[in-house]
Design a protein around this ligand. Sequence first.
Ligand SMILES: N[C@@H](CCC(=O)N[C@@H](CS)C(=O)NCC(=O)O)C(=O)O
Length: 120
Amino acid sequence: MKIIRWILGRIILILDFVTRPKKIKREVSEQKKYDDLFKNHSIYQFHTCPFCVKVRRYLRKNSLNIEIKDARNNKNFRDELKKYGGKIQVPCLRIEEKNNIIWLYESKDIIDYFEKKIKS
Ligand SMILES: N[C@@H](CCC(=O)N[C@@H](CS)C(=O)NCC(=O)O)C(=O)O
């Protein structure tokens, strides 16, 4: 079972690599605006999770530089996700606001969140 999961994971990564979207190009100052807007955001993920790949592709296409935290291999990140997010499910977006931290699960909700932010 482990080997099948490993093989599927490699297939997902290869397909992602050969079909990955082009990054949008922005003026330096414009890009900085987005980098600043999202500097207090991070995504907990597993590298081969298809839902995480979906989110990573979205981020790449939109040139959104969000900190990525590997919750499969890094025990601290995994523990953080479980303790503060409430469960081990990836992807999960951690949004640090002024006096508040939001843990947003579900790939669709994460993408919708970014869409709203970049269009506002
Ligand atoms: N509906 C969720 C599905 C996410 C999901 O099933 N993630 C799996 C990894 S692919 C997970 O976190 N599993 C928990 C685990 O492996 O411990 C989404 O779209 O984000």
